[in-house]
Design a protein around this ligand. Structure first.
Ligand SMILES: Cc1cc2nc3c(=O)[nH]c(=O)nc-3n(C[C@H](O)[C@H](O)[C@H](O)COP(=O)(O)OP(=O)(O)OC[C@H]3O[C@@H](n4cnc5c(N)ncnc54)[C@H](O)[C@@H]3O)c2cc1C
Length: 413
């Protein structure tokens, strides 16, 4: 696959592109690749130059890994050093443990750890190889709306304002989505309001083929082994506590990790490589994910919290849900909200139940005694543990973890 190149500024004739994808994270690149695979003329705009880093724990859940296979990039991800994780070990505040064993829940299942520096560049190369045009360092500032329909975007490219037009705009511009904001769709849930901080470390010991989550009373940490002996280390705490901290962010981050004894032991001989990246508050959603002339995918559509590890999966899955709807609408020459509505319905079917599971898990993470209690029961009741591992890995229907039978078995003494 060739490296994405900076392309000359395209002409702004309406017929040049059928779709403009704003953002080249997993959601945008996968949507662009699938639309280009289907024969559409696609332009991808990203304000960054690739490869670039992204604040993320860099854990692709098992179903996300399968979607990488569907996109025919899994092999290359493994060749780039993606680290297979057959399970996720969750440490609770009272010293309990629950192993979400993906391979036990379904043979061959594993999550992948790969830096976003490598993963996102790989997916962007996939989009380019499919025929999508890519413009890096193209900062979208606004959407163009005519007669109530989105018809393009206004961007800053090489310091100059440019208007780029296409029948369909896909907002895949992540957490601070300009597309969602410009359309007045942004809605931040009042809870949880948490900030996630991440960094790469070298020399972390005691990590094997699993990722780890460590929940404390002051926040939680995640450890994910990546390529080239790197480990992603994340610390998540209340956004108000992070912004009201005394002293530098570095001290806060390292202090938070030091208060989690099992993490501190693993980091004892390790050194941080590069800076600390953060996002907060992380939870967000758009009131609508499709409308006249536009679709939203990935974080631009919604994101809750990294604890349950489905952000990249949801971005990739949303691309798979959006592309056929967008393709049919483009072929029909009708990109109205009514024609794009099946995408909203497909999202509801794909994500709604899992989101309820995520809210439940958030409740447990915020109630240490309850989390200790649940972990002890999951440990003793392997069938429940397998169900939850499959649901968290997005390869079993989330409804299984919401059924009264499951919840009763989980909560009975
Ligand atoms: C601290 C933290 C830890 C996380 N850990 C995990 C994890 O371990 N596993 C997991 O699955 N998910 C995790 N997530 C969530 C995951 O990072 C996101 O869900 C995922 O990146 C969403 O992909 P996306 O393509 O929608 O957006 P992004 O990956 O955010 O990509 C958006 C792209 O849009 C570009 N862009 C933004 N604005 C503009 C603009 N105005 N003009 C042009 N381009 C623009 C950006 O440069 C970027 O390249 C984590 C999130 C946080 C904050």
């Amino acid at each position: 696959m060739s490296t994405p190149q900076r392309r000359p500024l395209p002409a702004t004739r309406p017929s040049d592109y059928e779709a403009i994808v704003v953002g080249a994270g997993p959601g945008g690149s996968a949507t662009a690749a699938l639309l280009a695979d289907a024969g559409h003329r696609v332009l991808v705009l990203d304000k960054a130059g690739f490869p670039r880093h992204k604040a993320c724990s860099e854990y692709v859940n098992p179903e996300g890994a399968r979607l990488l296979r569907d996109l025919e990039v899994e092999e290359e991800a493994l060749a780039l050093g993606a680290h297979r994780m057959a399970a996720m070990l969750i440490h609770t505040p009272g010293g309990g443990r629950f192993l979400a064993d993906f391979a036990e829940a379904e043979v061959g299942r594993a999550a992948l750890g790969l830096s976003r520096h490598k993963l996102d560049h790989l997916l962007l190369r996939r989009a380019t190889a499919a025929g999508a045009e890519v413009m890096e360092r193209a900062h979208v500032r606004d959407v163009l709306v005519e007669r109530g329909s989105v018809v393009g975007v206004a961007a800053t490219i090489d310091g100059a304002r440019a208007e780029l037009r296409a029948p369909l705009v896909v907002g895949a511009d992540g957490h601070h989505s300009v597309v969602s904001r410009a359309l007045g769709l942004d809605a931040a849930p009042p809870w949880p309001r948490k900030t996630g901080l991440v960094a790469h470390y070298r020399g972390v010991t005691g990590l094997d083929a699993w990722g780890e989550m460590h929940v404390g009373r002051h926040g939680y940490a995640g450890l994910a082994p990546l390529e080239d002996g790197l480990t992603n280390v994340a610390f998540v705490a209340d956004a108000a506590v992070v912004s009201g901290r005394d002293g530098p962010l570095e001290r806060f981050f390292e202090g938070g990790l030091a208060r989690l004894p099992a993490v501190a032991t693993k980091l004892a001989g390790a050194e941080r490589v590069g800076g600390i990246r953060g996002v907060g508050p992380m939870a967000r959603r758009a009131r609508r994910t499709a409308g006249d002339g536009f679709l939203l995918v990935g974080d631009a559509a919604s994101f809750l919290d990294p604890f349950t590890g489905e952000g990249i999966y949801e971005a990739l899955r949303a691309a798979h849900l959006a592309a056929p709807v967008a393709s049919a609408a483009l072929r029909a020459g009708d990109v109205s909200a009514a024609t794009l509505t099946p995408y909203r319905a497909a999202r509801r079917r794909a994500f709604f139940a899992k989101r309820q599971v995520c809210w439940l898990v958030q409740g447990f993470v915020h109630a240490p005694a309850l989390l200790d209690y649940a972990a002890a029961r999951l440990d003793r009741r392997p069938a429940l543990g397998r169900t939850l591992a499959g649901v968290l890995g997005d390869f079993r229907p989330a409804q299984q973890a919401l059924s009264p039978v499951f919840l009763a078995r989980l909560l009975r003494p």
